[in-house]
Design a protein around this ligand. Structure first.
Ligand SMILES: Nc1ncnc2c1ncn2[C@@H]1O[C@H](COP(=O)(O)OP(=O)(O)OP(=O)(O)O)[C@@H](O)[C@H]1O
Length: 671
């Protein structure tokens, strides 16, 4: 489950391009939102307490009956309380039975009835164990439901967050933190339902029993022992918090370093950095070890202090009991009852420190999850958003001004229209903002000024799902899920059949490759698709996009890893399969522009040229023609580069290899 989450997170920004965000309704757990107390608190001053209260808020629907919207869960919670009532009844009936057994054993006239009470004591204990077991089974069921719902809720929230969150955070670290926090919430739920609730009921019930059976002195001594024990536990546990926090920090750092190093395995090898990495990891482990030893020392201090308080309470009650028996005011059975009640109820106190420590540790783990859950996505459907109506796929940038931050403008006052049903090349120097334009079309970001219109509709006023589902993106870095070839090809498409997949794969020169694999189309592609070369991954992601039902295709340098033969095939396949779809293709390989209907050439100073590739390069005074000339001269990456047949209508304009002499002549001219 964790691996699946990581895979999806790694693919998260691209994942959105298939409009695959799951549509869960997650605010289901709690019917009432009682945040008033939390709002009143200053989280900086009371961060720890606020976190603990918020954890309670989270787990409330799984503790209090009738709080969850799922009736079955409510029933299960109620049942767990039923079992608790039964188990507690027998838990207290046992010592009372024992009291009578002892008293009757001491009395010659009643001794014959003693075995019945001894048997009763045994039966009470067995019944208590049985009902406790039944309750634990139910609690396991509830906590698993809680874990599933909370994980689902977090997952949905992460998928909703903007790219700025995902780019700004280390995804691996986020996954570590979330996994820990989810486990911590689960363990908190368990500790509340199986420890704290029974513990509180024990304190109340045993107080009543002791007061009734043993009188006010025993009752007071019991309360003082309890109070002293709890005070001592909380005080020392709180003072240990800093040390526990440090231990957690080193633990996180060690996990993170290990994962970073292993996932950058090749880089570590390439830079011969094994020693450096080992030293780094060892020094973190050393810190972790020292802090753990220190924490163990303070824990031992805590435990011995707790037992000291406990023994004072027990001894003083015994002395008091012995005195009362001597005076004839108490029976031997009363002393046994008193001691067994004290022992029964004080025993959970031994775990109080552990449970409270767990809570304190959990709060540290969960704070990070809460911080993530508090991050609000900036891009959301407006309340009046309407469905997108497709009318051919024209895209317009109207007076767009955009920067990722306010101090750096990337796009300034841009006005561009991409005609419907056309295949258009988007060309311009690196860093100009071409990929950013795709991000704006997909509404991963909102412009600071102006509008992006699709078929005349401002995308800010549209339901995102409705227009995103019409758009498919092939990003610069092809991404594949660690699944079968077929699943990757069909990711995001709804009605495609196997024949369609094969047709597209044949056109993209992939079919033979897949058929040569042992499991054909059912072969697993490996982590990030690493069983395939960069060019193969690129063609798979193009195939996936062509198989998608989207009407608008955004290709971001789709052939940057391809050889010229495969590049040519890909271009022809796109031409044949695109039908009336609008395609915008960012490319630095200008000879590909001879395949497209139109070129939009942009410069950083806001200049724009738009027209057919062959026209633009024929008109020698265009800036694009100069850009083209530079490309012809400088591009050595393609051995076939780089001069096209400039005949107007040819979709098959093939770049011709440039003669060395010709190249030099042009270079001289430029000088
Ligand atoms: N997520 C981001 N946060 C901040 N700045 C960004 C982000 N993405 C891109 N940029 C910056 O925005 C500018 C435009 O980037 P963009 O990727 O859109 O350019 P491009 O024209 O597609 O470049 P290339 O042709 O090299 O791919 C660059 O200066 C880049 O550093």
């Amino acid at each position: 489950m964790i691996r699946q989450g990581q895979k999806t997170l790694n693919n998260i920004t691209k994942f959105r391009s298939f409009s695959q965000l799951p549509q869960y309704n997650f605010n289901v757990q709690s019917k009432k939102e009682d945040l008033s107390l939390l709002e009143k608190m200053d989280p900086r001053k009371n961060k720890d307490l606020a976190t603990k209260l918020r954890i309670l808020q989270y787990i409330k629907p799984y503790i209090i009956p009738f709080y969850h919207q799922d009736k079955e869960i409510n029933k299960t919670i109620l049942k767990s309380y039923g079992y608790m009532f039964l188990s507690k009844s027998f838990f207290y009936a046992g010592p009372i039975s024992l009291k009578y057994a002892i008293n009757y054993l001491a009395s010659a006239s009643l001794i014959s009835q003693a075995p019945m009470f001894i048997l009763g004591y045994g039966l009470c204990y067995s019944a208590y164990v049985f009902f406790e077991g039944q309750r634990n089974k139910i609690l396991a069921n509830i906590s698993q439901n809680a874990l599933r719902e909370i994980s689902q809720q977090t997952y949905e929230h992460l998928l909703k967050l903007d790219p700025s969150f995902h780019f700004g955070e280390s995804q691996r670290q986020t996954i570590f933190d979330i996994t820990k926090a989810q486990k911590a919430i689960e363990s908190n739920l368990k500790s509340v339902s199986s420890f704290f609730i029974p513990f509180i009921s024990d304190v109340v019930l045993s107080s009543v029993f002791l007061l009734y059976h043993c009188g006010p002195f025993v009752f007071l001594s019991f309360l003082m022992t309890y109070g002293g024990y709890i005070w001592f536990t909380f005080d020392l546990t709180n003072s240990r918090r800093k040390g526990m926090g440090l231990q957690k920090k080193y633990e996180r750092l060690a996990d993170f370093t290990l994962s970073e190093t292993l996932s950058n395995y090749y880089n570590v090898k390439y830079y011969s950095a094994e020693k450096f990495e080992i030293n780094r990891y060892t020094s973190i482990l050393e810190n972790y070890k020292n802090q753990t030893i220190e924490n163990q020392r303070t824990l031992a201090q805590l435990n011995s202090g707790q037992r000291f308080v406990f023994s004072i309470g027990l001894t003083s009650n015994m002395i008091y009991g012995a005195y009362k028996v001597q005076k004839g005011l108490m029976t031997a059975g009363d002393i046994v009852l008193m001691q067994s009640l004290m022992m029964q109820v004080l025993q959970p106190l031994f775990f109080l420190g552990v449970q409270w420590r767990e809570w304190t540790n959990s709060a540290l783990d969960i704070q990070r999850l809460f911080k993530i859950m508090d991050t609000k996505p900036k891009i959301q459907d407006s309340p009046n958003a309407v469905d997108f109506v497709y009318k051919g796929g024209e895209i317009e940038f109207s007076n767009i001004k955009f920067g990722y931050s306010n101090d750096k403008v990337i796009i300034d006052n841009m006005n561009v229209t991409f005609g419907k049903g056309k295949w258009i090349s988007l060309v311009g120097e690196s860093g100009l903002g071409k990929t950013t334009m795709f991000n704006l079309i997909f509404r991963l970001y909102d412009p600071q000024q102006g509008s992006v219109l699709i078929d005349g509709q401002d995308i800010k006023n549209l339901k995102m799902e409705s227009f995103r589902s019409k758009i498919c993106v092939v990003s610069q870095n092809p991404y594949l899920f660690n699944d079968t070839v077929m699943s990757n090809l069909l990711y995001g498409s709804k009605n495609k059949k196997q024949e369609d997949v094969i047709e597209v794969c044949k056109k993209l020169n992939l079919h033979d490759l897949f058929m040569s694999l042992p499991q054909g189309y059912q072969t697993l592609v490996g982590e990030q698709g690493n069983k395939f070369s960069g060019g193969e991954k690129q063609r798979i992601s193009i195939a996936r996009c062509l198989l998608n039902d989207a009407q608008i295709i955004l290709l971001d340098e789709p052939t940057s890893s391809l050889d010229s033969i495969n590049e040519d095939r890909v271009m022809k396949a796109i031409e044949q399969l695109r039908k009336d779809k609008t395609i915008i293709m960012i490319t630095h390989r200008l000879h590909l522009n001879s395949y497209t209907n139109e070129v939009i050439y942009l410069t950083k100073d806001g200049y724009k040229e738009q027209g057919k590739h062959s026209h633009l390069i024929q008109e020698k005074n265009t800036r694009y023609s100069k850009f083209w000339d530079n490309f012809v001269v400088l591009d050595h990456s393609d051995t076939n580069s780089v001069k096209v047949d400039q005949s107007e209508n040819s979709l098959n304009e093939k770049p011709q290899k440039k003669q060395n002499g010709q190249k030099e002549e042009e270079e001289e001219k430029m000088e």
